[in-house]
Write a protein that binds this ligand. Structure first.
Ligand SMILES: Cc1cc2nc3c(=O)[nH]c(=O)nc-3n(C[C@H](O)[C@H](O)[C@H](O)COP(=O)(O)OP(=O)(O)OC[C@H]3O[C@@H](n4cnc5c(N)ncnc54)[C@H](O)[C@@H]3O)c2cc1C
Length: 306
């Protein structure tokens, strides 16, 4: 089922048609507050009372021309201004392909450089998502460069990739900030673990390595980007053993997933953020969420009922 859904996420016909179906649009609301920046900002305001911060991401497709990347960068500039204006505890995460990485990586660097500077002026952080395996090498190299200029930047890395432990070693000299996730793409066995227990073991090994680095000041932050409570508990155990205070244990989950657990962890003193996605290009992203938990298909199909 996971493979079929990941295929469906890439299929051009489905990409074009499914977003028009009303029941799908209704189902998608479970995972995103709306298509507009204002919807995402309002959702972040609602999290305040529970001491849960936000990370915003604008959903996007691969681009055909660089001026589309510039438009998206302007959108993020405006978003950073809104975060500061509203006094939100919120950061921003983006995909390099959204900023034209496939078209002109040098100009993408210019856009990210400007955004990271603006984020620093606004007292917040800029994160770089990790995409499919074809982009991993380029993204790690890109982040190494960005990080040497901007302290307030972080990178997502995927525990399922065999190369990840080596990437961690490679990144430590720049004192990275890392968001560790399991990985959302359908990667072949030659380069990635495909079985759940193997991915979990790889996740824990990388989390332990990175939490040790944070405790020793060799990395600035580690975000546990997962809904897997067992991994969070075990990683928190490593962190406490390394003398890290509760508020330095950062957990991020997606908007709408395990909301009760997000509140519980925040109440227990963990540093929790919800990743709020918004925008009109939600189809492939939404289908990847279904692939993570095919039981969500039942929820989507229920929206067919009046
Ligand atoms: C903050 C954040 C940022 C991310 N950024 C990236 C990125 O840049 N690149 C990338 O490749 N991936 C990214 N991901 C996705 C990630 O790689 C996984 O695909 C995703 O988080 C599911 O794995 P999991 O760790 O939650 O564990 P799983 O084993 O998939 O889930 C653990 C439990 O959480 C619950 N759960 C998980 N997903 C869902 C869902 N969709 N609906 C309902 N319940 C669910 C279920 O109860 C499940 O049993 C990100 C995830 C998060 C939380």
């Amino acid at each position: 089922m996971r493979r079929i859904l990941l295929w469906a996420a890439r299929n051009p016909w489905l990409r074009q048609h499914v977003p028009r179906w009303r029941f799908v649009r209704r189902a998608v609301r479970r995972f995103m507050p709306g298509e507009e920046m204002g919807d995402a900002l309002a959702a972040a305001e609602r999290y305040r009372a529970d001491r849960i911060g936000a990370v915003f991401t604008l959903l996007g497709e691969n681009l055909t021309a660089f001026d589309q990347a510039e438009e998206i960068a302007r959108h993020y500039q405006e978003l950073l201004g809104e975060i500061a204006k509203r006094g939100l505890d919120a950061e921003v995460s983006l995909k390099l392909t959204q900023l034209g990485f496939d078209i002109d990586p040098k100009r993408t660097f210019g856009l990210v450089d400007d955004l990271a500077r603006r984020a620093a002026d606004m007292g917040t952080w800029l994160w770089i998502d990790m995409e499919g395996s074809a982009y991993v090498d380029g993204t790690v190299t890109f982040y190494e460069r960005v990080r040497t200029v901007h302290e307030n930047t972080g990178l997502c890395i995927q525990a399922y990739l065999h190369r990840t432990p080596a990437d961690i070693v490679r990144l430590l000299p720049v004192r990275p900030a890392i968001r560790l996730v399991k990985g959302a793409y359908d990667e072949p066995a030659a380069i990635a673990y495909r079985k759940g227990p193997e991915v979990d073991a790889a996740y824990l090994a990388s989390a332990a390595e990175l939490l040790g680095a944070v405790a020793e000041g060799r990395a600035t932050r580690l975000i546990l980007g997962t809904h897997d409570l067992r991994l969070i508990e075990q990683s928190a155990g490593f962190a406490e053993a390394r003398g890290l205070a509760r508020e330095r244990i950062e957990v991020q989950m997606l908007y709408g997933i395990r909301a009760g657990e997000q509140r519980r962890l925040a109440a227990e003193g963990f540093n929790v953020r919800a990743l709020i996605s918004y925008g009109s290009y939600w189809y492939p992203w939404y289908v990847r969420r279904l692939a993570e938990r095919p039981a969500n298909l039942v929820f989507a199909l229920r929206q067919l009922l009046p």
